[in-house]
Design a binder for this molecule. Structure first.
Ligand SMILES: Cc1cc2c(cc1C)N(C[C@H](O)[C@H](O)[C@H](O)COP(=O)(O)O)c1[nH]c(=O)[nH]c(=O)c1N2
Length: 237
């Protein structure tokens, strides 16, 4: 096997580490705070480069990134959202429906750029290293690309909002996506007036953030004192 080059600068400083965590914790799903100002091409290129650096099953890189700036195309996507959100609203019980209808759930036309991340499930053939027993892994890989873009965007002070309220086929029709390509994420990107402190769904009382210790299970089969110590640290926040 050829020798792999190692990273020459492998250690993060405390400042760099803190910047990464700040990015993670201040990333928001942006819907109503977009400014119309354009995103510079070099910034958009950096975001796409970050997305393309994501991990993927078998190094499949199953994603494509469709950059949508055209207003007429975004209007078609918005129409797909409008149809789907009316369908969704009708499915909630009355009190929940009213709360749902008060929420702003997309910024398709307010943001200057939209990016649709798709997954080409057949990109590297039928048998993919790491996907044979867990066939959705290519889809999850594409989601990793989305998260890379979302975090990189926060570091660029660019807001991102994920819109999943649309039928896949309506998205395909609006964007000219072939039937065998799976849309993964429709993202609205733009500069913002502000980022909220907390998720909008949390502030609106839709759902609370779960305590981390409620979703973390440390060796519950055979609990030792050091496991309690880790749980205590987690509870400290
Ligand atoms: C897969 C997926 C799909 C969607 C979302 C997220 C993800 C991960 N979110 C955003 C979601 O509501 C938001 O992430 C949570 O409420 C937490 O808020 P922050 O992202 O921390 O601001 C989202 N938001 C929205 O307004 N319309 C939508 O259709 C969707 N769809």
């Amino acid at each position: 096997m050829p020798a792999s080059a190692v990273q020459t600068d492998p250690v993060f400083s405390a400042t760099e580490r803190d910047a990464v965590y700040r990015c993670i914790h201040t990333r928001r799903d942006v819907r109503g705070q977009f400014l119309p100002d354009p995103i510079a091409d070099e910034v958009l290129a950096r975001l796409l480069r970050a997305a393309h650096a994501a991990p993927s099953v078998g190094f499949m890189q199953p994603w494509d990134f469709i950059v949508v700036r055209d207003r007429a195309v975004r209007e078609k996507v918005h129409a797909a959202f409008a149809k789907a959100t009316a369908e969704a609203a009708a499915m909630f019980p009355d009190e929940r429906r009213a709360a749902y209808q008060r929420l702003k759930l997309e910024g398709i036309l307010d943001s200057p750029v939209n990016v649709c991340v798709t997954c080409d499930r057949a990109r590297t053939g039928k048998v993919v290293l790491g996907r044979t027993h867990q066939p959705e892994m290519d889809l999850f890989s594409a989601v990793c690309a989305v998260q890379n873009l979302w975090l990189a965007a926060r570091a660029e002070n660019i807001g991102v909002g994920w819109v999943s309220i649309a039928h896949y086929d309506d998205l395909r029709a609006a964007l000219g996506i072939p039937a065998d390509i799976q849309p993964i994420a429709y993202l609205c990107l733009g500069k913002v007036s502000h980022f909220y402190e907390k998720p909008e769904l949390e502030s609106a009382g839709w759902l609370p953030r779960l305590p981390l210790d409620q979703v973390t299970w440390v060796d519950q089969w055979h609990r030792r004192p050091e496991d309690e110590a880790l749980l205590d640290k987690i509870r400290e926040g």
